[in-house]
Design a protein around this ligand. Structure first.
Ligand SMILES: Cc1cc2nc3c(=O)[nH]c(=O)nc-3n(C[C@H](O)[C@H](O)[C@H](O)COP(=O)(O)O)c2cc1C
Length: 286
């Protein structure tokens, strides 16, 4: 049983790294072979948008460490993802990874494997989107997020002062290993509103009644009962979640791939029409 920890902070031996290490130690207590990768030690380029991965390549062809990281994720049985909260959400390296996992599309070998998310943060109320991007990354890969924690710590290494926080991370790691051993990857975390990503960040649509989880793409109905907002997601709506294997396949096959035919058909005209933008405000290639 292998458990991999990914650390998305520039701070070496910072709060994220320490909490991820605690979680890995918890998994190790349960018999896991553990490994940690500090993402910021690796070269992960931005997606160049040329998308050969969508039109045939099975791997991203940019020359950096992305495929190495992906292989590590595919080899593991469970994942600990740690990112500090930066300006209300995750650090940029997480978004960089999200854009790049596009190249995997529906071929993820991590589907169904359990994962946990740990987010250290400094200021109460400054964490509204802390789990969104980690969720997008893991759900795109088809992983089952079984628990997530926001852990308060500000200064470098400060978290070592808080035994309860360290114990929380260790307990999550143990639970992750248990999920791998038992095959029960059900969610154990704090309940949210979305039944899939368990977040509470919903969009209220224009009818002022329908709500949508922007991460999962599912829509439900909000009603008011005894002064409380109740949100109901019907089973058939839950099935429409964008990250199911079937829906990711559909997205790539019927939405993205056909754009190539249109691109090929209109290529001569776009080539001609784009020329007037080439010289205008020319900045020069760097
Ligand atoms: C650029 C930057 C932005 C931050 N933004 C937030 C924020 O929006 N909300 C918050 O609660 N903490 C924020 N923090 C604090 C970090 O989340 C906190 O210090 C965390 O413990 C850092 O983890 P690390 O030691 O692993 O890097 C920010 C820190 C930095 C450096």
């Amino acid at each position: 049983m292998k458990v991999l920890g990914l650390v998305a902070s520039q701070r070496k031996l910072g709060n994220t790294e320490i909490l991820v290490k605690e979680a890995l130690a918890g998994a190790e207590d349960e018999g896991a072979k553990v490994e940690m990768i500090r993402l910021t030690d690796y070269k992960i380029l931005p997606c160049d948008g040329l998308a050969p991965c969508v039109f045939g390549n099975t791997r991203c062809n940019l020359e950096d460490d992305f495929n190495f990281i992906v292989d590590k994720i595919f080899e593991t049985d469970g994942l600990v993802l740690g990112t500090p909260c930066y300006i209300l959400e995750s650090t940029a390296i997480i978004k960089q990874l999200i854009d790049r996992v596009f190249s995997i599309n529906f071929r993820s070998q991590a589907r169904g494997k359990p994962a946990i998310i740990i987010v250290p943060y400094a200021t109460r109320g400054w964490t509204p989107f802390a789990f969104l991007q980690p969720n997008i990354l893991l759900l795109f890969l088809g992983m089952a997020v079984i628990d997530r924690a926001l852990i308060h710590a500000q200064a470098v290494n400060e978290v070592v002062l808080y035994d309860r926080s360290l114990a929380r991370a260790r307990g999550m790691g143990k639970e992750l290993a248990t999920a791998i051993k038992t095959g029960d990857a059900s969610y154990r975390g704090e309940s949210g509103v979305c039944p899939l990503c368990h977040d509470r960040v919903l969009r209220l649509l224009r009818d002022n009644e329908t709500v949508e989880c922007g991460v999962c793409g599912i829509r439900g109905k909000a009603t008011l009962k005894n002064g409380k907002i109740n949100v109901h997601f019907a089973e058939q709506d839950i099935q429409r979640q964008r990250f199911s294997m079937e829906n990711i396949y559909r997205h790539f096959t019927y939405h993205i791939k056909p754009s190539r035919d249109y691109f090929t058909k209109t290529r001569a005209v776009t080539k001609e029409k784009r020329e007037r933008y080439r010289e205008y405000l020319k900045t020069g290639d760097k």
